[in-house]
Structures are given as structure tokens and as C-alpha cells.
Design a protein around this ligand. Structure first.
Ligand code: GDP
Length: 365
């Protein structure tokens, strides 16, 4: 499964947020084969459509899809040079698919800040620079090796050398890899280098308890938003402490609490959705009398691969996918009516699955 890593300087609220994530955790009984790693928190992906489908189909059971966050503690200034947990921490980032950077925007004199003052842009730049320096080291090593081969006019080496030169000068200008432009062909090679700053990133602005309703009033949030906008990155505002409280409530209590606070959606739910789409993930549904269930897939995959997410046999024996879009199904009011209206399509092997598709796979055993 794809995972988003939570990073940030010490004392910005990472553990508080991660605690909220594990508390809110997905109901283990629904996901018997999930791996248990203390640094991984599995949450259910909130999706209104699942509630509607449940009301429509009235199944015995409803199962949301899940998303995983990985807690990555220990980044400090100098990490790329081995300070703190240094390289260990960097190798953990290598294993995640996207990065959620928690930025301290709350002001609280009782909680020390590593730099002695709350300055979100300073904090962001410290972390981003560590990641850039780590990438520069990776690129430099590779550069030296490939340079020799390129001098011998090795064709592949020449292509890679071009890319490495561009990476090197970009990183030296303190640009993250995701901001350096490459052709599609080159992107494939860049991807193979597994660089930290090529991963998509979003910022999590952690505000004080009394600021969640109007976070715009917090000047630190404004600064983070401006910074992120420049990079084309998204900002999610949360109050980690409130999320920790919310995580202990059941669904009904949670809705009441949010209403009292005057916010429509919890910060954690916003963060889950944003991370999900940052990774290019989408959801299709299966809807039978036994179970209505949401499944995560990577945008762009074809029907047999989507079937394989449920079971490898479904992919191997794939015949076709009876598909109706969520909107068409809801408009028709039932599967039977959707079929009568001709809204249920028979899709084959080349069909590219779309977000919100409700699918019944036909397959040979
Ligand atoms: P980490 O080092 O980044 O994991 O930070 P922690 O989650 O341990 O938080 C450091 C301190 O900041 C703890 O005392 C938290 O209770 C406090 N803290 C975290 N989030 C908030 C917040 O939203 N408001 C306030 N006032 N304190 C917070």
C-alpha cells in the first residue's frame, strides 16, 4: 500500500497528530491481512458516497478503504550530515510515497521551539534543505560514476549524465527535484534514483485550539500558505490537540463536536483526503447484498488490474466489468433501475477505471 510519511522538526506536533491517527485507526476486524508496524497508522478514508451506497443497497456490512501514514521522527538541522538520527531518518523517508510536513503555527510559550522562536518558513526551509542536501549527495555519487562511462561514449550513460547534470545544478540552487523539469522519458530515469525531494509534499499547518475556526487570523498560517502556493503545494490546517480529542469519539459524537466547534470536517479527514489525491489515488466500489465496499486504485489502471486489487484470481480470470458510475446509480435509485435505463456498461480489458465506478467483476475461476 502507498503511504505518506509525517515529518517535521521536534516539538511541532507530529506525535500528537500521529497519536490521533492511530486512535482514529481503522477497525482491525475489517482488514485482517493488514501489517502491524508501530510506525504505521492505518485510517479509513472518509467518503460520503459509501454512506449513500449503503442506504441504497442495504448490505450486511460496509467497509471503507484505508490509507496509511508513517511516523518519521527525528529530523533536525544537519540530519543529512548525520546529526540526530541522520541517515536512519532519511532512509525512512526513502520508503514513503509522499511527505506530509507538519509545521508549527501555534504559539505556546510553555513548549520550546528548537530554534527558540516560532517561524514556520525558517522551519520549512531547514527541513527542505536537509532533504535537498541528502539528494545532492546521492546525485553526486552517481554523477561521478556515470561521468566516467559517459566519457567513453557509452550511450545510456550519456543520457543519464545529462539528467544528473541537470539534477546537480538544480539541487545546488536549492531546488527540490519535483521543481526541476524533465521530459517523460527522463522522468523514468529520475524516478529510478528514488530521490527524497521528488516525492510529492503537502504542508500541515498545526494551529492552536482557539484558531481552528478562523485560521486565517494566524499570521503563521498565512506565511505557510504563501510559501506553499509558490511551490504549487497544498496546505491543510489542523489543530493536532483537537484531533487527538476527536479521535477518541465515535462517529455521532464526532459530528456533534465538530458542529459545536463550527467546522464542517475534521483536520484529519481533510489530511487523509488530500494525501490520497496527492498520490493520484481514487476509489471504486463493489456493492452487493453481503457487502458494500470501497477500494483504492491508482488513477490510470485498467479493469483487470483493478479486479486484481480484490483478488489475484479476479485479474487472472477477468472476463468483464459490469460498471455503473456512482452518479448514474444514485440517480437511477437502484441497480435494477440503472440496468433498465442502460446505465450499466459491460467494460472489457482495456477499460480505464474511473473514480466512483461501481463495479461487478465477471471472471473465470
Ligand atoms: P513532536 O516532537 O513534533 O512529535 O511534537 P509533539 O506532538 O510531542 O508536541 C510537542 C508539544 O506541543 C506537546 O506538549 C504537545 O501537546 C504540544 N502541541 C502539539 N500540538 C499542539 C497544538 O495544536 N496546540 C498547542 N497549544 N500545543 C500543541
Amino acid at each position: 500500500a502507498l503511504t505518506a510519511g509525517i515529518v517535521g522538526l521536534p516539538n511541532v506536533g507530529k506525535s500528537t497528530l500521529f497519536n490521533a491517527i492511530t486512535q482514529a485507526g481503522a477497525e482491525a476486524a475489517n482488514y485482517p491481512f493488514a501489517t502491524i508496524d508501530p510506525n504505521v497508522g492505518m485510517v479509513e478514508v472518509p467518503d460520503e458516497r459509501l454512506n449513500k451506497l449503503t442506504a441504497l443497497v442495504n448490505p450486511k456490512k460496509t467497509v471503507p478503504t484505508t490509507f496509511e501514514f508513517t511516523d518519521i521522527a527525528g529530523i533536525v538541522k544537519g540530519a543529512s550530515k548525520g546529526e540526530g538520527l541522520g541517515n536512519q531518518f532519511l532512509s525512512h523517508i526513502r520508503q514513503v510515497d509522499a511527505i506530509c510536513q507538519v509545521v508549527r503555527c501555534f504559539v505556546d510559550e510553555n513548549i520550546t521551539h528548537v530554534s527558540g522562536k516560532v517561524d514556520p518558513i525558517d522551519d520549512i526551509e531547514i527541513i527542505n534543505l536537509e532533504l535537498i542536501l541528502a539528494d545532492l549527495e546521492t546525485v553526486n555519487k552517481r554523477y561521478q560514476r556515470v561521468e566516467k562511462l559517459a566519457k567513453q561514449k557509452d550511450k545510456e550513460a550519456l543520457v543519464e549524465f545529462d539528467i544528473l547534470s541537470k539534477l546537480k545544478s538544480g539541487l545546488e540552487e536549492e531546488k527540490p527535484v519535483r521543481a526541476i523539469e524533465f521530459s517523460d522519458e527522463q522522468q523514468k530515469i529520475v524516478k529510478g534514483l528514488h530521490l527524497l525531494t521528488s516525492k510529492p509534499m503537502l504542508y500541515v499547518a498545526n494551529v492552536g485550539e482557539d484558531e481552528v475556526v478562523e485560521p486565517e487570523n494566524n499570521p503563521n498560517v498565512q506565511k505557510v500558505k504563501e510559501y506553499a502556493e509558490n511551490e504549487g503545494a497544498e496546505v491543510i490546517v489542523i489543530c493536532a490537540r483537537i484531533e487527538e480529542e476527536i479521535a477518541e469519539l465515535d462517529q455521532e459524537e464526532k459530528e456533534m463536536f465538530l458542529e459545536e466547534l463550527g467546522i464542517a470536517e475534521s483536520g484529519l479527514d481533510k489530511l487523509i483526503k488530500a494525501s490520497y489525491s496527492l498520490l493520484g489515488l481514487a476509489t471504486y466500489f463493489t456493492a452487493g447484498e453481503q457487502e458494500v465496499r470501497a477500494w483504492t486504485f491508482r488513477k490510470g489502471i485498467k479493469a483487470p488490474q483493478a479486479a486484481g486489487i480484490i483478488h489475484t484470481d479476479f485479474e487472472r480470470g477477468f472476463i468483464r466489468a459490469e460498471t455503473v458510475s456512482y452518479d448514474d446509480l444514485v440517480e437511477a435509485g437502484s441497480m435494477v433501475q440503472a440496468r433498465e435505463k442502460g446505465k450499466v456498461r459491460l467494460e472489457g480489458k482495456e477499460y480505464i477505471v474511473k473514480d466512483g465506478d461501481v463495479i461487478h467483476f465477471r471472471f473465470n475461476v
